[in-house]
Design a protein around this ligand. Structure first.
Ligand code: SF4
Length: 509
């Protein structure tokens, strides 16, 4: 409680008051609210009702709240509403204080991610593929219906264009035109005396009415629904109806042991000496594409850039390496990030495998490889390919002169023609750089710290402090909530270090 008090008191008042508009009933002091919330989170109390209870039952919480007892609604409003505005600023202030007090130095930055379940029902999924299939079928049905109407009333409605996609607005216009047609038919029926003609017109009107009903009550609402769903998806494959920002991901915690996907968020943190230095919340399940947004968030903040960034092989992509190296090769930070095949490449089997072009001799002067059969594998062309994130990779395509009658062909390739080698020069260069860094003894010692550094923080948060599910919904609120968890974690760390030091001092006296 004393650490919470000290840390919160270090925030200048004006930083917090600038977010209050003034007027209205006098509010609780934001520092007091912050203190009780942070204290609650440090005591594994994550619900507002629980925090409210603490202010009446726990002596440290009563001391922090100066005997005031904010209602759980007030606490919730402060946590989910007000804190959204100043969470990042608050977090940075705390980190600056930790730097000042020499708890952290930003020399090393250990990055990793974990998935935390969202506050959403696990059966509330909406899948992008299912939506696309339904949408396609609906559009087909709309085209058929429009074609039918067109035939029925001879060119009053738009003929179904196979190429053009019909929008909701166009359907409304079609329905309005049809209603006019129905009115005209009613007038004809009323004025008509011939029984047979009346019967025919009535049938025509009834069919049109049916189509109008279908357009208004089925087509338009469903088209609007699919449009909304596609907007929510963005570049994701799924979302939850309960928390639309949550994406379905495979979690490590799988109590049912059935590999069920659950709605959640990917939380990325950077640590040093087990303090959380920076965090970011992502909607993508894979770590690779979270690296740049995470580091960009750090670059935008007032915090310093670390000297060395260590992360596991999940982050080792060409795009990420190039980001670390910086534009025009002005290194942003040193990186200790292995690539996917780094461990495999160390094995004897890999080094002896004849199909790996890396094990072949490269002749720089002719820009060609010499394959195990002694054939020249020469450069043919360049090929640019875009990966999933839209990043363009450039490959050099080499092709063997002649693979026919090669006794090693079965081991070398499955291709029917000559063996081709797709060589990504930039990525290979980056991989060589990463490998050299990881093989340096001094840096390997830093990398070896990664597991102790960052994995244990997740273990502490999820295992010891049982924070396995968010209480708030929506990306912004989840960002605030994890910020509180991270701050509480850092404060507990400070309290732990201080306690250790005081015990040490007591023993030496
Ligand atoms: S299959 Fe072609 S590339 Fe492979 S070893 Fe034989 S000749 Fe060389």
């Amino acid at each position: 409680a004393r650490v919470v008090d000290e840390m919160v008191e270090a925030i200048p008042d004006e930083n917090l008051f600038s977010y209050y508009v003034g007027g209205g009933r006098s509010s609780y002091h934001p520092k007091m609210m912050l203190k009780v919330i942070l204290y609650g989170y440090s005591q594994k109390v994550y619900s507002c009702r629980g925090i409210e209870k603490l202010t009446t039952e726990s002596i440290p919480a009563m001391w922090l709240s100066a005997m005031q007892q904010p209602d759980f609604r007030t606490i919730n409003e402060f946590r989910g509403g007000r804190m959204k505005d100043f969470m990042d600023e608050l977090f940075e202030t705390m980190i600056h204080k930790l730097i000042e007090e020499n708890y952290i130095t930003f020399e090393n930055y250990f990055l990793d991610g974990t998935k935390i379940e969202a506050n959403a029902n696990k059966y509330s999924f909406v899948w992008k593929r299912a939506t696309s299939n339904f949408e396609e079928k609906l559009k087909e049905k709309i085209k058929e219906t429009l074609q039918h109407i067109h035939e029925l009333i001879q060119s009053e409605a738009q003929p179904a264009d196979q190429e053009q996609e019909i929008t909701g607005q166009e359907l409304v216009e079609v329905a309005e035109k049809l209603e006019e047609k129905v009115e005209a038919l009613t007038e004809v029926i009323d004025s008509e005396t011939d029984k047979d003609v009346r019967k025919e017109k009535r049938q025509e009107r009834s069919q049109l009415k049916k189509s109008i009903k279908q357009i208004r009550e089925d087509f338009i609402p469903r088209l609007t629904k699919y449009k909304e769903q596609n907007e929510i998806f963005g570049d994701r494959n799924s979302y939850s109806k309960t928390d639309k920002d949550a994406t379905f991901m495979r979690m490590k915690e799988d109590h049912m042991k059935n590999g069920q996907l659950k709605p959640g968020y990917n939380v990325q943190i950077g640590t040093e000496k087990q303090f959380i230095l920076n965090y970011s919340i992502h909607q993508r399940p894979t770590d690779t594409r979270c690296f740049i947004p995470h580091m960009e968030k750090l670059a935008r903040s007032s915090l310093p850039m670390p000297k060395v960034v260590s992360a596991d092989a999940g982050y080792g992509s060409e795009e990420n390496y190039l980001y670390a190296v910086g534009e025009e090769r002005e290194q942003r930070f040193e990186f200790l990030i292995p690539y996917g095949s780094y461990v495999k490449e160390q094995t004897r089997k890999y080094k002896k495998d004849i199909k790996n072009a890396k094990n072949w001799t490269y002749v720089e002067k002719d820009d060609c490889f010499i394959c195990p059969n002694g054939m020249k594998v020469t450069f043919k062309k360049y090929l640019n390919k875009k990966n999933q994130s839209g990043f363009e990779q450039s490959f050099k395509i080499y092709e063997c002169e002649d693979c026919t009658d090669c006794p090693l062909k079965a081991q070398c390739t499955k291709a029917k023609g000559n063996r081709q080698v797709h060589w990504n020069t930039i990525f290979e260069e980056m991989k060589a750089k990463a490998k050299a860094a990881l093989e340096c003894e001094e840096k390997a010692a830093i990398y070896a710290q990664r597991k102790v550094e960052v994995e244990s923080v997740f273990g502490h948060i999820k295992g010891n402090r049982s924070f396995r599910r968010f209480s708030l919904r929506g990306l912004d609120k989840v960002h605030v909530e994890f910020g509180i968890v991270a701050l509480a974690h850092n404060m507990l760390k400070v309290a732990g270090i201080r306690q250790l030091l005081s015990e040490k001092n007591r023993k030496t006296q």
